[in-house]
Design a protein around this ligand. Sequence first.
Ligand code: S3P
Length: 182
Amino acid sequence: MRRIEVERPATWIALTGFMGVGKTRIGRELARELMLHFVDLDRYIEREAGLTIPDIFRYLGEAAFREMERQAVEEIVNKDYIVVSLGGGTFTQPRIREKLLVRGPVVALWASPETIYERVQRRPGKRPLLAEGDPLGKIKKLLAEREAIYRQAHVHVSSEGRSPQETTAEIVEKLWSLRNSR
Ligand code: S3P
């Protein structure tokens, strides 16, 4: 197809961050804003597997899910003109993380444990890692374990108390600064 190049700060962007920070909602908005294709990695895996994420965890286990995640990322890094919203754990796998950091800017979204808790409560059963016991306690523990990993992203933006449009506008601004600094 004939392509008229649009001015964009990047043509391949990954969004990372903890569950419930708004990766899917903001990723979709960012893709629309930059006229890029949107891929939600969890939905991509569900389509490939023919199973929902909770069912993959239940019937195949977390290790099988992590392998599916790895394969899905291998496929997505080979596509062009993409905004991909990763799962909350995708970036924690070292080999995947290296690939993503080379492929394009990685944007980390941030929110407080309390806000994450409130957001994930709206979709009970969707997140197997928070399904049992004390979800707020688990969020705090897992977030503390993963914080240094998410910190390795190129760009950091808070989604706390802001609309997806406001958050997206800040991402675009920071992506331009990143591009101009390179
Ligand atoms: C996970 C996050 C989930 C999903 C799976 C595991 C994680 O994605 O990939 O339940 O390890 O943090 P979201 O961050 O989109 O909820």
